[in-house]
Design a protein around this ligand. Structure first.
Ligand code: ADP
Ligand code: MG
Length: 414
């Protein structure tokens, strides 16, 4: 991908926007971009530099993302709405072409990392609640105030707010921020100086690599906020990121949206969509946070497709597909007969969220019942019946305090 039209190759110490930003290390990457931690010499702060691939379709996508991010930033001057903010944007010319670059506020690890750090056991409900409140605050802002649908909500796209100053990370160099090329070409130091710098850098990299491995680097990004720091704090705050697929509700772009496991039934059936698709993905994300496992992980099988398996899994957990949904979509006839039953998967193993939480994930009965009461309405197969983010924020489950949870647990034990 590092060729004409593709990614821009970045090295530590490269400068951007007339030397305002200096790249420090790679934070992550996606299909469209690489994201670098950069030092902003104008404000003396760290930022995340999202450098888009340079081919015209990627430039166009970045223009759209910048438009959305600008609206998000302009309407949230206090930066309290739990959606990532755009600091600036500029063009950068490199050997692979001209790249649009977005300067974003610097955030920490994704909550997918949090789930992985916790060895897929699920986080305790106090933390799940705090994260849910942030996501819903962000969704309420996007939906109600801006009329924006995110369309790709999932644990990977929720980032913790970094409390770590990247320059103070003990594993990393003492000499950060790096304000020049490591080769010393700009500093003009002697040859010995350059070699010494290189050796030091190599050593630092090796230490960082080992530390990163210990912390479980996985494809997509390099962790920054350490698990211990995340898991200890109760004040969990996070933000919604990756507005690359977001759209205005009155100007839908794509028909097939969302990452498979977080995709709503109306998207599979192509019966039109709006804000409730984000609510569906939100509920799948909340379930995954609490259990460590994806709510729906469909697979194709003998004689049926991934889509059909997905619909079957939904119906096993949430009940029969309402007839108007089962028969009303552009693709309904591919999957459902005229009675609203699946054509190729005839026998369903019915369960419920609350049963699943108790039987498979060993939740105490009360916790399971209360969490299921929160999730079930959001997972209504009929998108029109799903509550809005604003309504969800009022749900009693989110208002429970830590004390109540502990009391609930000890009641059960007693
Ligand atoms: P793409 O649109 O190419 O998928 P994303 O916006 O999802 O790009 O960013 C790719 C990765 O970069 C993310 O998964 C995350 O690890 C990292 N990242 C993105 N934005 C930030 C940020 N503001 N702060 C820290 N890391 C970020
Ligand atoms: Mg992404």
């Amino acid at each position: 991908s590092y060729r004409k039209g593709g990614y821009h190759a970045v090295r530590v110490g490269d400068s951007f926007a007339a030397a305002r930003f200096i790249s420090q290390r790679k934070l992550g990457w996606g299909q469209f971009s690489t994201v670098w931690l950069a030092y902003d010499t104008q404000t003396s702060k760290y930022v995340a530099l999202k450098i888009q691939k340079s081919a015209p379709e990627f430039v166009q996508a970045a223009v759209h993302e910048i438009e959305i991010l600008s609206a998000i930033t302009e309407n949230d001057p206090k930066n309290e709405k739990c959606v990532v903010q755009l600091v600036d944007h500029f063009k950068h010319r490199g050997p692979n072409g001209q790249h649009l670059c977005m300067v974003l506020e610097y955030l920490g690890d994704s909550i997918l990392h949090l789930i992985r750090y916790n060895r897929y056991k699920g986080l305790d409900l106090i933390k799940v609640r705090e994260i849910c409140k942030c996501i819903l605050t962000g969704l309420n802002y996007l939906h109600r105030e801006l009329r924006i649908i995110h369309t790709d909500l999932k644990p990977e796209n929720i980032l913790l707010i970094s409390t770590v100053n990247p320059s103070k990370d003990p594993i990393r160099s003492k000499t950060t921020p790096i304000l020049e090329r490591p080769e010393g070409s700009l500093a003009g130091g002697g040859a010995v100086n350059v070699i010494e710098k290189k050796l030091k850098q190599r050593a630092r990299r090796a230490v960082a690599k080992i530390a990163a491995e210990r912390r479980g680097v996985i494809g997509g990004c390099a962790p920054e906020v350490k698990p211990e720091r995340c898991l200890d704090g109760i004040d969990f705050r996070c933000k919604i990121v990756d507005l690359g697929n977001a759209c205005w509700a009155d100007k839908l772009i794509a028909e097939e949206i969302q990452t498979r496991q977080y995709r709503a039934p109306e998207v599979i059936l192509q019966s039109g969509y709006s804000f409730p698709v984000d609510m569906w993905s939100f509920a799948c994300t909340a379930f995954e946070l609490a259990t460590g496992e994806m709510m729906f992980a469909p697979k194709p099988g003998p004689g049926f497709s991934e889509d059909e398996d997905h619909l079957a899994l939904m119906m096993e957990l949430l009940g029969k597909m309402p007839k108007k949904i089962a028969t009303g979509g552009g693709r309904s006839k591919d999957y459902f007969d005229r009675h609203g039953d699946l054509k190729r998967i005839r026998r369903l193993k019915h369960s419920s969220i609350s049963r699943l939480l108790v039987d498979k994930f060993k939740f105490p009965e009360t916790d399971a019942r209360e969490f299921a009461e929160f999730l079930n309405p959001i997972l209504d197969l009929d998108p029109e019946k799903r509550p809005t983010a604003q309504q969800c924020l009022q749900h009693p489950w989110l208002r429970q305090t830590a004390a109540k949870t502990v009391a609930g647990k000890s009641n059960l034990v007693g």
